[in-house]
Design a protein around this ligand. Structure first.
Ligand code: BGC
Length: 713
């Protein structure tokens, strides 16, 4: 290969570049611009294309575009290398019309159900391949340490163990045994590393994370997924400790390649090499930025909208500022990935592959079940829920009648705000409630928008004629920096509207559809029942209606801490000094609802916590068993959560850390004995020299209401 051919392979452009129309304002319907296509493929030999702008495409439209790209890549270039198409299919193949839209990752986390998560990912893989696309920019393995961060809902929440287990499930679902299988895709873990902890809470802004905490809290989900064979990784757009991650040779080469042995493809995030100049100011121009990023370990640049990367890279190699050996490594990874995906055999859709399950009942059922298992009942005083199906209800609040509010960003379009135009045949929460109990029993008044009261008198009048108010609040859709906020509190108009609905004296159930835990403390005490729906996807309306009226027993548990106050945003695995007052001082950890919380319509009792040994050495394993009994009247699912606390350690220990979980189903009166086996790693932490260590001492095990101590010798 020539240097130019190699630089081309390392270039990724967005589809806009080769569509008819202006950049970022493509003509509709999308049509490839033959001249632009020729320039991109024949002249520059670009290796990869991503995205689709503005509107979702139908399957035939996708095929037409990808067929045309591959035809020219194979027919009109010297080497005939197929193009690698990548897409964000983050909750189903969300840029393909009529695809199954699963709950977002934060709901997957709230389900605490790896089997269902794997099934949803496997179904997404089929629907992505059915669209002709072999590469998925998912899952997000960022641990969110700041609930202001607008990408919280794109990940599995704040805990490293839960994120690791569910990340593995998602990679298994996407990749299966062989990413060349026509029903599987290559996964892309993102965003390596430490993206979820910006100091400001705003997207793509600096994080300060000591290496010790990088290794303990942020690295494990990536490390596990790499060991499980994840094919590619996308890099964090932000900076850590003053170094933009895209030029951090320690993270990208020493840690990722040499220590973890990752052999797959590393792609930048959107425009990130250019951002080294325009946002981070570590390079004076694009060419210098390319030199830094490629030498740090980047394989492919998501440029995304011109060929400057390709041209500068050729110059840099010719000038000896980047060695040809360095780019050879990257090109080899790119070509190997294309080969593993089967692109050389079937650059477009394989005519013999069966995609009849696309958006079919089996996939819908997975989406529905996952939504049901994620919805989290946070409060249910006097067993207010479930409601009787004979009740007359007022459904009010702006999230009640929008498919966009069920789905969030990355739905039909990047920001997800016009999703309602493109989603057919699915029910909003309002429609699902009407379907369940009959339109005659349901009044609907919008009442308030995201930040304005729109119809208060009408809502009050309707409330007067209702038995119960279902108050649907939360957030509008957003993605990335478009979701930056200065205040986690729910907008004042929503608080005022909630207060007015409470003042009617009618019982109120609050349903929250929102990507992050907006603060509701101003009125939460006055409300008897609260359901947190997160962003439950296309079947979310049905799932919530099933729970409201008792057809489903809720089993979701918070994968995040729900804060009470705007300036107390400490996660559950905080330090003792954050809960130990000095002379009666305020403490930091003061949540409204704790991580792992979630009620059921039945009750579970924990007893007989037993340890296989009272003390162990680092060579032993310890088996912990617990009996869980359903003491209520309904069958239900419970997430049995194992927490371990190290009493004293050379690095101040977390108050508790999740070290195991299992979701079980119990019939009324049924008892199950659950066993967890833990080893040294569950008791270890990253020590002063940034290596995992295990120190002797006393540990506490806690499951439900039971606890026990043991010694590590
Ligand atoms: C996001 C990534 C995404 C990429 C491609 C970026 O702006 O940060 O998560 O995969 O765009 O769409």
């Amino acid at each position: 290969m020539t240097i130019a051919e190699k630089a081309g392979q390392m270039t990724q452009i967005t589809l806009d570049v080769i569509l008819e129309g202006e950049m970022y304002n493509a003509k509709l319907p999308h049509r490839l611009d033959p001249e632009a296509l020729n320039e991109a493929i024949t002249k520059y030999g670009i290796g990869s294309v991503l995205n689709t702008p503005g509107i979702p495409l139908s399957i035939p439209e996708w095929h037409k575009i990808i067929d045309a790209i591959q035809k020219i890549a194979i027919g009109n270039t010297r080497l005939g290398i197929p193009v690698l198409y990548g897409i964000d299919a983050v909750h189903g193949v969300n840029y393909t019309l009529d695809a199954t839209l699963f709950p977002q990752q934060i709901n997957m986390a709230a389900s605490w159900n790896p089997d269902l998560v794997e099934k949803a990912a496997a179904a997404t893989a089929i629907e992505t391949r059915a669209s002709g696309i072999p590469w998925n920019f998912s899952p997000v393995l960022d641990i969110c340490k700041n609930p202001l961060w607008p990408r919280l809902w794109e990940g599995f929440g704040e805990d490293v163990h839960l994120s690791t287990e569910l990340g593995l499930a998602m990679v298994r679902g996407y990749q299966g045994e062989d990413i060349g299988d026509r029903h599987r895709v290559g996964a892309c873990l993102k965003h390596f590393l430490g993206y979820g902890a910006p100091v400001s809470g705003k997207d793509r802004t600096p994080a300060w994370i000591p290496e010790r905490y990088i290794r303990e809290y942020f690295l494990p989900p990536f490390e596990a997924a790499i060991k499980a064979g994840a094919a590619s990784i996308m890099i964090n757009s932000g900076e850590i400790n003053g170094i933009p991650v895209h030029v951090d040779k320690f993270l990208l080469t020493t840690l990722l390649r040499e220590e973890l042995g990752f052999e797959g493809l590393v792609v930048t995030d959107w425009e990130d090499i250019k951002y080294l100049v325009s946002r981070h100011h570590v390079a004076a121009n694009h060419k210098e930025a390319i030199r830094m990023a490629i030498n740090a370990g980047i394989d492919m640049s998501m440029v995304p909208d011109d060929f400057s990367f390709t041209e500068h890279l050729v110059e840099l190699v010719e000038e000896g500022k980047i060695t040809e050996a360095r780019i050879d490594e990257s090109v080899a990874r790119i070509l190997r990935f294309k080969q593993q995906l089967g692109l050389f055999e079937h650059p477009t859709i394989d005519p013999n592959a069966d995609y009849s399950s696309f958006a079919g009942p089996a996939h819908t059922e997975i989406a529905l079940e996952l939504a049901r298992e994620s919805i989290t009942l946070l409060k249910n005083d006097q067993d207010q829920l479930p409601l009787a199906k004979t009740a007359n209800v007022l459904v009010t609040g702006f999230t009640a009648n929008k498919m966009s509010c069920l789905n969030g960003g990355w739905t039909a379009t990047w920001q997800g705000d016009v999703a309602d135009k493109f989603i057919n045949g699915k029910q909003t929460l309002l429609a699902a409630i009407q379907d369940k109990i009959g339109t005659g029993q349901v009044q609907h008044v919008e009442g308030c928008s995201f930040d304005q009261i729109t119809s208060l008198d009408e809502a009050r009048n309707a409330a007067a004629n209702s038995d119960h108010i279902i108050l649907c609040l939360g957030e509008m859709t957003y993605t990335e920096f478009h979701g930056n906020i200065d205040d986690l509190t729910l907008p004042q108009a929503q608080i005022d509207f909630a207060t007015a609905m409470i003042a009617t004296g009618k019982p109120v159930t609050l349903v929250l559809l929102q990507g992050r835990p907006r603060i509701i403390t101003a009125f939460a005490d006055e409300i008897s029942s609260i359901l947190y729906g997160y962003l439950p996807g296309n079947e979310g309306g049905r799932a919530i209606a099933d729970i409201l009226f008792g057809d489903t027993n809720p089993s979701g548990k918070l994968p995040i801490t729900y804060p009470k106050m705007v300036n107390s945003l400490v996660p559950y695995d905080h330090k003792h000094s954050e809960i130990t007052p000095i002379q009666g001082s305020q403490i930091c950890y003061n949540p409204l609802f704790e991580f792992g919380t979630g009620l059921s319509y039945t009750q579970f009792q924990y007893s007989n916590l037993t340890l296989s040994k009272p003390s162990i050495t680092t060579e032993d394993s310890l088996t912990i068993t617990i009996d869980v009994r359903n003491t209520g009247k309904r069958a239900g699912k419970e997430v049995v959560q194992l927490y371990i606390s190290d009493e004293y350690a050379s690095i101040s220990p977390a108050v508790r850390r999740l070290r195991g979980f299992e979701k079980i189903q119990l019939l009324p009166k049924e008892v199950k004995t659950i066993a967890f086996t833990i080893e040294k790693q569950s008791l270890s932490f990253v020590g002063i020299d940034n290596k995992w260590i295990c120190e002797p001492g006393t540990f506490m095990v806690k499951i439900g209401s039971c606890s026990a101590m043991f010694e590590l010798r």
